[in-house]
Design a protein. Structure first.
Length: 169
């Protein structure tokens, strides 16, 4: 806990609470004055987090079991004050690993749902469509937690029965 002038780098935000503020003062990448004993300061990371989103053995709309791996870049949004406040309410004081886990579980759920609504051929031949759907659906959910999906890409599609997807398409 610091007092006086407190600074932070561009990859984190200060959250000053206590006397003199109706709601916490949010300072992304800057400095703030903290009164000793009547205010407290906490930090929240704004670093980009890379998540490997794995969905093993999910049945497509045709009932074919496939496994998909996607890579997502997510971060707590520091430029939008409402989103930053929401992220602070959800994650302040939690380790980055726990934040990553929450985002990962959310992304995996959406990835699995979209896999179940498409055919193997659609996923394999139109990877952009699949990636876009996961990105859009997950973004709308994660934004309610103060997290932005920076990017999502489909890394791998596998079918264990045929040793790859090429046997199906």
């Amino acid at each position: 806990m610091g007092w006086g002038f407190v600074t932070c780098g561009p990859n984190e935000a200060l959250v000053v609470s206590g006397c003199c503020h109706m709601k916490p003062l949010l300072v992304p990448g800057g400095r703030a004055f903290v009164w000793p004993s009547i205010q407290q300061v906490q930090r929240i990371s704004l670093n980009t987090m890379t998540l490997q989103v794995e969905s093993p053995t999910v049945y497509t709309s045709q009932g074919v079991p496939i496994s998909v791996t996607g890579i997502a870049q997510v971060k707590i949004q520091g430029q939008n004050e409402d989103m930053l406040l929401t992220a602070c309410e959800q994650f302040l004081g939690k380790p980055e690993a726990e934040i990553q886990h929450i985002a990962l579980v959310t992304l995996e759920g959406h990835q699995r749902a979209i896999m179940g609504s498409m055919t193997v051929e659609e996923i394999y031949k139109d990877r952009k469509k699949f990636s876009k759907q996961v990105f859009e659906v997950a973004s709308s959910d994660l934004v309610n937690m103060g997290i932005t999906v920076v990017s999502y890409t489909l890394k791998d599609i596998r079918d264990e029965e045929y040793n790859g997807v090429n046997g199906l398409c």
